[in-house]
Design a protein around this ligand. Structure first.
Ligand SMILES: *Cc1c(COP(=O)(O)O)cnc(C)c1O
Length: 417
């Protein structure tokens, strides 16, 4: 199985090379050269998550012995598809170590480090985060590897509990609070990957949602939930996915591409509305980032957009499968307030809001983070306190350290000394 660039100007890569590279050499994103044919069976609905992961990912990775072990180690927490008290079907992706869906990709990526081709420099993970990626990557790399991690996050752009998950890992993880927004953080990471000095000094590993090492395992929960839903209700569901960089949304579409029973996908965005506008008008014009209550989705120009265009080059074809909605902070607040029986995080609230607007049945709302990560937003709205999962409490209680820097690559380099 080979990976090619969305821009078509790069030599095909094997999966391990594609994970190591992150981006294609022509600046495009890596996509499968051909989609593997899976002989999907309805009985897969009952498989343990790690076993289903193995069946699906084997089509993409050649090392089957390693893969079994990697999946058993990575996917150790439940992934329930359950009904809220009003009957809404929700896929809960927040039962991993850092209470957000980023744990799936980060853990799989970290466990794949041993299988990657070696290069000259010493390995270093460099990752920009809008809130949840950094914590998941730090947790996974500390649990499974000795590779140092550098996290860039926008100062003031993450919740207090998210910040604790970025800054409390001791020497293996250096958290840099960048004076700027998430797009600045992403730009600095891109600059480092393009820089001669950085790439000579280090074997840089990209852990952002463009890395197929993160996208591949995310397909598995869409596959699993679609089979379970079909088994329970006899029909294929659509998914409403809280979306920022479109990693999760692409994973849903890739699972659909593999043949899993996924009818449609709706991207629920916050006020950053480049994708909803594109679907409406056909023109791509990202605007400056807007800060919202759903901070992990504060992305003005989603980096996976190129993959979306590549999968559906024709706008009419895209519109048959995908729609996108922008949800305001006021709508997020109202949704959290009205869901006090089953509290949701602000990101999940965007998808729940969209679900409430739909008349037809057969939708699954994707719950991307635990509400207790965003207690300062959620608790006043539901007028109640949220129970904190034990593994989140452990992180909150640890000492933290972070380094404030300006938004320049030179400052990133000097913060590493
Ligand atoms: C990252 C994140 C999102 C957005 O996911 P993308 O893959 O970037 O679209 C949504 N909700 C939460 C809680 C997140 O951490």
């Amino acid at each position: 199985m080979k990976w090619v660039s969305t821009r078509g100007q790069a030599a095909p890569l094997a999966t391990s090379e594609a994970i190591a590279a992150g981006l294609a050499s022509d600046g495009g994103l890596l996509v499968p050269e051909r989609w593997p044919k899976l002989a999907i069976e309805n009985s897969w609905a009952e498989l343990p998550f790690a076993e289903l992961a193995q069946k699906i990912l084997l089509a993409f990775l050649s090392t089957s012995a390693d893969l079994a072990k990697i999946c058993q180690q990575a996917f150790t927490f439940p992934v329930p598809l359950r009904a809220l008290s009003d009957g809404t079907q929700v896929l809960e992706l927040f039962h991993g170590p850092t209470c957000a869906f980023k744990d799936f990709g980060a853990r799989f990526l970290a466990l794949n480090m041993k299988t990657l081709p070696q290069s000259g420099g010493s390995p270093l993970v460099l990752v920009a985060t809008s809130g949840d990626t950094g914590g998941a990557v730090a947790a996974a790399f500390c649990e499974f590897t000795a590779i140092p991690v550098v996290i860039l996050f926008p100062v003031g752009g993450v919740s207090k509990r998210q910040e604790a998950q970025l800054t409390s890992w001791g020497d293996q993880v250096r958290a840099l609070a960048v004076h700027g927004n998430f797009d600045d953080c992403q730009r600095l990471v891109k600059e480092a990957f393009a820089s001669h000095w950085w790439t000579k000094q280090f074997q840089l590993i990209s852990a952002n949602s463009i890395n197929i090492g993160r996208l591949l395992p995310q397909m598995v929960y869409f596959a699993s939930a679609s089979l379970q839903y079909q088994q329970r209700f006899g029909r294929a569901p659509g998914f409403v996915v809280p979306s920022g960089n479109l990693g999760d949304g692409m994973a849903a579409l890739w699972a659909r591409q593999l043949g899993f029973p996924i009818r449609q996908v709706i991207f629920a965005h916050n006020a950053n509305r480049a994708v909803p506008d594109y679907l409406l008008t056909g023109s791509w014009s990202p605007q400056p980032t807007i800060h919202t209550l759903a901070n992990a989705m504060d992305v003005s120009a989603p980096s996976n957009f190129e993959r979306l265009r590549h999968l559906f080059p024709k706008l009419e074809e895209l519109r048959k499968v995908v729609s996108a909605v922008s949800v305001s902070d006021a709508q997020i607040r109202a949704t959290i307030q009205s869901s006090s029986a089953d509290p949701v995080c602000p990101h999940t609230a965007t998808a729940l809001y969209v679900r409430h607007q739909l008349q037809d049945r057969d939708w699954v709302v994707v719950a991307t983070a635990h509400p207790a990560k965003f207690e300062t937003i959620v608790e006043p709205l539901i007028r109640d306190s949220l129970a904190v999962p034990a593994h989140l409490q452990t992180v909150i209680d640890r000492p933290t350290k972070c380094y404030p820097i300006g938004a320049s690559l030179a400052e990133v380099a000097s913060a590493l000394k």
